[in-house]
Ligand binder design. Structure first.
Ligand SMILES: CC(C)(COP(=O)(O)OP(=O)(O)OC[C@H]1O[C@@H](n2cnc3c(N)ncnc32)[C@H](O)[C@@H]1OP(=O)(O)O)[C@@H](O)C(=O)NCCC(=O)NCCS
Length: 374
């Protein structure tokens, strides 16, 4: 086939761009597994630390391995003063994802071994960033509200400490378990746009931080992780369950895409959404305010009837984070700070089996123009 007649696959839909042994997705069932373990089995029974170890090392850690790994991760939570200074210099009206992107870039600038792309040093950077991104997200959220950042509590688990740094309250067991499960559900998702962006940067043998900055840039978009902030804004705008159907109908009539609906790979249902749906319902009941869950289910039903479009991971995750008391505009940052686990695993895989990622474009512009011929 000549270059001119080869088919363009818009959005690379369905294209297999690499081999990977990290996550398996079958959108038709739907099925999602990490390293061969079904997401429904691991999300409720393992901790974020166990799943992170599993995703990076391809086995569930033994008790000894988990103890060492968790203590090591906790010991990396502190951020250098230069990062807090950079975050303090960010305008309070700025997008929190701009703060996270800038802080990670600054961490790279401060790391004397930033350009060491050996597997050992890349794993060290994965550990540092997984531990430090929550501290950055929480510090920025507090600084933006004129509050002092909270020093990480090393005695708490990853999820419990993250909640504590964001809300100022040491969470109870149910809150910790809920947030831990949410972080697991977001930790990895094959070659989604941000993970692919990380792999593209690694493909040039650039450094780990540069690749993570690209991932943050990609996940910020409203078609990807940025949808979670938009979902909660939509629920707040709808305000009451009674207004929901009208809101959805109006949006569809205006051919507006509703945040939290649709997925490139899952057409029959997002397995992560079913877990988050249950979590959102329970939190609504426990808090005595089931308004957000009622709005969510009403809009979900209307979308199913009108377009047959499914709710994705961000749809029920938004009310979950809202009920946990997290500031409204940091939801995407929380998603990015969980996805660092998957980004890291994919980057390590890409470095280990690298081939420059360089697709072609079918040229549709002018050719053969002559200067001066107008
Ligand atoms: C995720 C997303 C980008 C996937 O896009 P995609 O694979 O390119 O799917 P398409 O845009 O081709 O959608 C197919 C059809 O469903 C419609 N559709 C998809 N998502 C929709 C949404 N959220 N609201 C309304 N209609 C939607 C499209 O308009 C299109 O309809 P048409 O065939 O009548 O033109 C898209 O569903 C979306 O923008 N969702 C909202 C943002 C979001 O929640 N992102 C988080 C994803 S985890």
């Amino acid at each position: 086939m000549s270059e001119a007649t080869e088919q363009v696959i818009a959005g690379l839909e369905g294209v297999l761009a690499c081999e990977s042994s990290i996550a398996y997705i079958d959108g038709s069932i739907p099925e999602l597994s990490f390293r061969g373990y079904d997401i429904h089995d691991i999300a409720q029974t393992l901790t974020f630390e166990q799943v992170t170890f599993l995703i990076w090392h391809d086995h569930i850690p033994s008790a000894d391995e988990l103890h060492t790994f968790s203590a090591d991760l906790a010991g990396r939570r502190a951020i250098p003063k230069q990062i807090t200074d950079v975050l303090s210099a960010m305008p309070s009206s700025g997008h929190p994802m701009a703060g996270l992107r800038t802080a990670v870039s600054m961490l790279g600038a401060l790391d004397p071994r930033a350009d060491d792309i050996s597997p050992e040093d890349n794993l060290r950077k994965a550990q540092d960033l997984t531990a430090q991104m929550p501290t950055i997200v929480a510090a920025q959220a507090r600084l933006q509200r004129g509050q002092e950042p909270i020093t990480p509590d090393l005695s708490l688990s990853h999820a419990a400490n993250y909640c504590y740094m964001l809300t100022g309250k040491r969470p109870d067991e149910t809150t910790t378990r809920t947030f831990d499960t949410m972080l697991i559900l977001y930790a990895e998702h094959e070659t989604n746009a941000s993970t692919f962006a990380c792999r593209v940067v690694v493909g040039t043998e650039s450094d780990f931080y540069s690749a993570v900055v690209a991932g943050i840039g990609a996940i910020k978009g409203p078609l990807h992780g940025g949808a979670i902030d938009e979902v909660m804004r939509m629920f707040l705008e709808i305000e009451t369950p009674e207004r929901t159907a009208g809101y959805v109908d109006q949006a569809l009539a205006a051919r507006r895409k509703l945040p939290g609906f649709g997925h490139r790979v899952y057409r029959a249902g997002d397995p992560r959404a079913s877990q988050l749906r249950t979590m959102a319902e329970k939190l609504g009941v426990a808090s005595g305010d089931d308004r957000w869950f009622a709005i969510a289910t009403a809009a979900e039903q209307r979308m199913r009837e009108a377009k047959g479009i499914i709710a994705n991971v961000d749809y029920f995750a938004a009310p979950v984070l809202y009920h946990l008391g997290f500031p409204l505009n940091v939801f995407t940052n929380v998603v990015a700070s969980a996805r660092i686990v998957g980004w890291s695993a994919h980057m390590l895989e890409q470095y280990a089996h690298n081939r420059l990622i360089r697709p072609r474009a079918r040229y549709v512009g002018h050719r053969g123009r002559k200067l001066g011929a107008n």
